[in-house]
Design a binder for this molecule. Sequence first.
Ligand SMILES: C[S@@+](CC[C@H](N)C(=O)[O-])C[C@H]1O[C@@H](n2cnc3c(N)ncnc32)[C@H](O)[C@@H]1O
Length: 410
Amino acid sequence: MVENAEQPAYPVGLRLAGRRVVVIGGGQVAQRRLPALIAAGADITLVSPSATPSVEAMAEAGEIRWERRRYEEGDLADTWYALVATTDREANARASAEAERTRTWCVRADDAEAATAWTPATGRIEGVTVAVLTGTDPRRSAAVRDAIVEGLRDGTLAAPQHRARAPFVALVGGGPGDPDLITVRGRRLLAEADVVIADRLGPRDLLDELPPHVEVIDAAKIPYGRFMAQEAINNALIDHAKRGRSVVRLKGGDPFVFGRGMEEAQALAEAGIACTVVPGISSSISVPGAAGIPVTHRGVAHEFTVVSGHVAPDDPRSLVDWASLARLRGTLVILMGVDKIGKIAEALIAHGKDPATPLALVQEGTTAAQRRVDATLATVAETVRAQDVRPPAVIVIGEVVREAPDKHAG
Ligand SMILES: C[S@@+](CC[C@H](N)C(=O)[O-])C[C@H]1O[C@@H](n2cnc3c(N)ncnc32)[C@H](O)[C@@H]1O
């Protein structure tokens, strides 16, 4: 803490569960502070003639009691803690004077000097609450708080746990490739892993940040002898878990969207090993989005369908009903379809889809190498050849493509 050097505030954690807290004023300050008070289980009364829609929603949900009126003398009776934040300075002054008389700790949004308590910038990570006070500089408090929380989250700030954490196995969706597009939980588990088994797709850059003791295994390179590649990956997961190591299986996109996540979860379950599944941002939605294409748009597409194109429509192994898909008006998103797109387009046209239907292929979406190539169902096979479009690419078919023309097209 760097506030008033002679008289720093005395930091304390208030245990407010079931205790009366009064918030005066229902504007932005209340909106920001109320969720933490609710989370602490406080018995909250809001006194304010009006409130923001979010604060109103808290009242409607029964999380706070709302008295729709101005502050009146006596409102702070039997109150443990008060937050005074109206736009009326005179009312704020009267309320904080009452708090002083009744010995109620009181935060004043409009006058930090007149307050008897200050709200620190807070963050919570894994059962640790970080609270930072810098006196009169809330931006600095927030910046220090962010640095500490982020450091704890990504492991750059070492804070050894006294109790050893139980080893875990997690199937983590890493998102489409941009390292910023993994979830907070995914990133935290990655920072805690002893072993990471990673796919070719997904946020490969994150692997560089791992400390040297972490064993990184390229899933594509696991030797699989007489096993199928997937079986070899399952065995590697089970093997490391049985040796008591924390294992992250880092996958591209979402583990359960053409990601074989369920096969791995089932194999682990059969071996008696519990695993956590962390959802990820699927390329099926985010890659079109990164190229400016919405998969739905009001008045244009009320549905989108995600299909695997790894098997051609005339292949007996195909489980996709292309005739039905050709009848849909909405957006069709095809993953793993670059090699077979010529046959897929033919099938859709044969089943009645307009050959002029626009489509876009987005290659290596969200990475530095992202590239978008536009075509129609009629021209796509030739375009893919001529422009040398390669996997990984997401193919978006439908009118939404017209909503977002390719900025780089000539
Ligand atoms: C085996 S599937 C995995 C999908 C993944 N689980 C997901 O939810 O995004 C692989 C296919 O996803 C698509 N894909 C994944 N990441 C991509 C990216 N960054 N750019 C373009 N396509 C991508 C491609 O169609 C690729 O062939």
